[in-house]
Design a protein around this ligand. Structure first.
Ligand code: GRF
Length: 212
């Protein structure tokens, strides 16, 4: 059975969705860069080993990444799953986990890379927003896409309301993506493209719930 390690920084609702999904893999550990991340408690309640690698203990980003990689590698995971992990990782770290490092981002990439995605979408008046699961590359929030979910943006949305609508979809697509990676349905090929084993899965890689 494949093994994954999940990295968090906070609430951990995506991590919880991955736990609840009973995926065909073992969650070998949950690692946080913050001691006060509520997600650590949730992981413990599920009997999952937890580790803290506190970024504030490292003066340099590279030293933090080296320490983090050391802890990750002690579990020998097949995939490293970033679930609300709020640190930018060095190119060296990203390259070490090529084709094994996966992230969730609360926008339809390549639109709205970076922070405050919901605020920026509302400011622009876009009608469609959503979330993306992608392989991580050194180019921040721009790696090959595994699955996306689109949601409508409604005229009276606030960032909180829109964020909640997107989060609902995050909790659907992240388990689906990790399932595909662990059972070999989806993978990254040598050209850096996500490929699917069956055509039906490629079609399921976009979720667009009915417009309200
Ligand atoms: C999610 O919206 C994720 O897309 C973003 O940070 C949030 C983390 O939420 N990167 P949680 O910790 O999984 O509840």
């Amino acid at each position: 059975m494949k093994k994954i390690v999940i990295l968090i920084s906070g609430r951990g609702s995506n991590m919880q969705a991955l736990i609840d999904a009973k995926l065909p893999c073992r969650i070998a550990a949950v690692i946080s860069n913050r001691a006060d991340a509520p997600g650590l408690e949730i992981a413990k309640q599920h009997g999952i080993p937890t580790q803290l690698v506190a970024h504030k203990n490292y003066a340099e980003r590279a030293a933090f990444d080296t320490a983090l990689a050391g802890v990750i590698d002690s579990y020998q995971p097949d995939f490293v799953v970033l679930a609300g992990f709020m640190r930018i990782l060095t190119e060296q770290f990203v390259n070490r986990y090529r084709a094994r490092l996966v992230n969730i981002h609360p926008s339809l990439l390549p639109a709205y890379a970076g922070m405050n995605t919901h605020e920026r979408a509302l400011q622009d008046g876009v009608k469609i927003h959503g979330c993306t699961i992608h392989f991580v590359t050194p180019d921040l929030d721009h790696g090959p896409v595994i699955i996306q979910a689109a949601v409508p943006v409604l005229h009276d949305d606030t960032p909180q309301i829109l964020s909640a609508r997107v989060l609902q979809q995050e909790h659907i697509i992240y388990p689906r993506a990790i399932r595909w990676l662990c059972d070999g349905t989806a993978s990254l090929n040598a050209k850096g493209r996500v490929v699917f084993k069956g055509a039906e899965h490629a079609h399921a890689a976009l979720i667009a719930p009915a417009m309200e």
